[in-house]
Write a protein that binds this ligand. Structure first.
Ligand SMILES: [Fe+2]
Ligand SMILES: [Fe+2]
Length: 348
């Protein structure tokens, strides 16, 4: 494909390969995204991008979408955004303001768990993940949810699962020794162990197709609320800052340690609603894989890391607590909307 063809493909909404539909910036949701997206759809320049984020809350739609769009430039990007924006100083300065506010709101929502010492990380992680007493979205999905609700759930999850494992991969070059080997072992599974069709993101695409959903990357970015984006933004925040590497691996451990049972329930729910084995494979796979990943993440990754970096042991727990808190807020949001007879998505 020539450069001219690639530009035409972008304009026509096809990706540079001509096969993938383009991922484009969604519609702005307020003054922050309006200002940011107006600039991102033009070539990069040196003038500042002034964003007022003083009052933004954790689930703020406008705020979270702005931060998500900044981070997305480090992943697959957007076809209508010049790739040079990724490292453009005005964009980085604007992102820093968004991150400062996001870190403030996270810190206000998530108390730092107590920790007796770095040797206690393993036990503290177990207690933290066992204590999770939020509303059970997985129980609802397994027993009571209708097909439309299950489809909504999958749409929310697509924001992360279509790039599953990518945010935690940022930790690999920041670790060494046993914790690094442990993380690579987990990530190798997440990425299919050398088989593209076994990548967890690909298994999830099959789940989406089984439910009659668009499985292309970013297809539903415009439909999900701020709290869904906040889940991904926390991972990217931890992933893109070396100083937060302790929080990043704690975050991963919390996901792995709270995965097996919910995934078993999702598989039951999907089959109850008529899903076949191909559609349910993503969930079946996680019941098996995460029972193993849980051990590797908790012991080989986090416990060893905390022993070698005792000053970051508290961050490991904090990252785990952030993951659990955001999941809980998200589940409360979705179940609250469904309880009220409403969709949990934007622009129904
Ligand atoms: Fe996975
Ligand atoms: Fe896993």
């Amino acid at each position: 494909m020539t450069a001219v063809d690639a530009r035409r493909a972008r304009r026509e909404g096809r990706g540079a390969t001509g096969r993938e539909p383009a991922t484009r910036l969604p519609a702005p949701r307020g003054p922050v995204t309006a200002t940011l997206f107006d600039r991102l759809t033009r070539p990069p320049d040196d003038s500042p991008i002034p964003l007022d984020v003083t009052g933004a809350e954790l689930g703020d739609d406008d705020f979270q979408l702005a931060l998500f769009a900044c981070y997305e430039l480090h992943y697959q990007g957007f076809d209508d955004v010049d790739e040079r924006w990724e490292w453009a100083p005005p964009l980085l300065a604007a992102r820093m303001e968004l991150e400062r506010r996001f870190e403030e709101t996270l810190a206000a929502a998530v108390p730092r768990p107590p920790l007796d010492g770095p040797v206690e990380v393993r036990r503290a992680l177990r207690e933290l993940t066992a204590d999770d007493d939020g509303p059970s979205l997985s129980a609802f999905l397994s027993r009571r949810a209708g097909l439309e609700q299950f489809r909504e759930f999958v749409i929310h999850r697509s924001i992360y699962h279509l790039k599953e494992a990518d945010p935690h991969t940022w930790a690999i070059p920041r670790l060494r020794g046993r914790p690094k080997a442990a993380l690579v072992e987990i990530q190798a599974d997440e990425y299919g162990g050398g088989r593209a069709e076994r990548m967890h993101s690909e298994l999830f695409r099959a789940t989406m197709r089984g439910l009659g959903l668009d499985d292309s990357y970013g297809a539903y970015l415009g439909r999900v609320p701020g709290i869904t984006l906040a889940i991904s933004n926390a991972m990217s925040l931890f992933g893109l800052h070396r100083r937060l590497r302790g929080a990043l691996i704690g975050h991963l451990a919390a996901l792995e340690m709270t995965s097996s049972l919910p995934n078993r329930r999702y598989a039951i729910g999907l089959r109850r609603l008529g899903g076949d084995d191909t559609a349910a494979l993503f969930y079946d796979e996680h019941v098996q894989a995460d029972a193993v990943h849980e051990q590797i993440a908790c012991h080989d990754l986090c416990e060893n890391f905390a022993a070698e970096h005792p000053w970051l042991a508290g961050d490991v727990l904090y990252g785990a607590a952030c993951a659990l808190r955001l999941e809980r807020l998200w589940a409360e949001y979705i179940l609250g909307r469904w309880d009220a007879g409403l969709t949990s998505l934007r622009h129904p």
